[in-house]
Design a protein around this ligand. Structure first.
Ligand SMILES: [Mg+2]
Ligand SMILES: [Zn+2]
Length: 213
């Protein structure tokens, strides 16, 4: 039997048996530091630069039949660094770069609010994940969350999703700070997709009794 065993940052072992998650259908990804290179308050489409394995990871997730959506905290909007039409252009550029590499995102959700507003959509709040789950008709606990910061992992944890911390972006810093407990720590989206592929694989055939006639 194939069992995926990974040690997370707090030393706990996450075990899911192959086939346990055959019905899971949605992956919620962070944007900055997970799909594209982290730029402090990215505010122009020209600043969008894909991480090396981003498109390959998304292609693999699509092959697995999963919807891939983004949730991103964009207090840059409330701060006046970027307006919603420009944010749409930034996300258009992100989709174009991915499309050039054979990949796509099924939806992009963002929180435009200031951190101190107390909204429910700013990660680690679960509103964006809840919204995506409603729109794609899946359960949050059947979903996967991938990101580079504690807020990403905490959002997933609160919703009951299976969480992956990538080492890209702020990932190594997050790992060092050890303030959160992802189920899996992975190099990047490709490794996350490989593990998800194992979790979604059909369960191995169960040995049964043979009846002689
Ligand atoms: Mg990030
Ligand atoms: Zn918000």
């Amino acid at each position: 039997m194939n069992v995926v065993v990974k040690m997370n940052v707090t030393g706990q072992i996450a075990i899911h048996q192959q086939g346990d998650l055959a019905r899971a259908r949605l992956v919620m990804l962070d944007r900055d530091g997970t799909l594209n290179v982290e730029k402090h308050y990215l505010s122009h489409p020209d600043q969008v630069e894909l991480l090396p394995n981003a498109a390959a990871g998304l292609r693999r997730l699509a092959e697995l039949g999963l919807k891939a959506v983004v949730a991103t905290n964009q207090s840059a909007v409330a701060r006046g660094y970027v307006d919603p039409p420009t944010l749409d252009l930034i996300h258009g550029r992100l989709q174009n770069l991915l499309a050039a590499d054979g990949a796509a995102l099924d939806a992009i959700y963002y929180c435009p609010h200031m951190p101190d507003l107390g909204c429910r959509c700013r990660k680690p709040g679960t509103e964006l994940l809840d919204r995506a789950c409603r729109e794609f008709r899946v359960h949050a606990w059947e979903s996967f969350v991938i990101g580079d910061q504690a807020t990403d992992i905490e959002m997933g944890r609160r919703a009951g999703a299976i969480t992956f911390l990538v080492k890209t972006g702020y990932g190594l810093k997050t790992l060092e700070e050890a303030t959160t407990s992802p189920h899996y720590v992975v190099q990047d989206l490709v490794e996350a997709a490989e593990i998800i592929g194992g979790l979604l694989a059909p369960p191995p055939a169960v040995a049964g009794y043979m009846v002689r006639s």
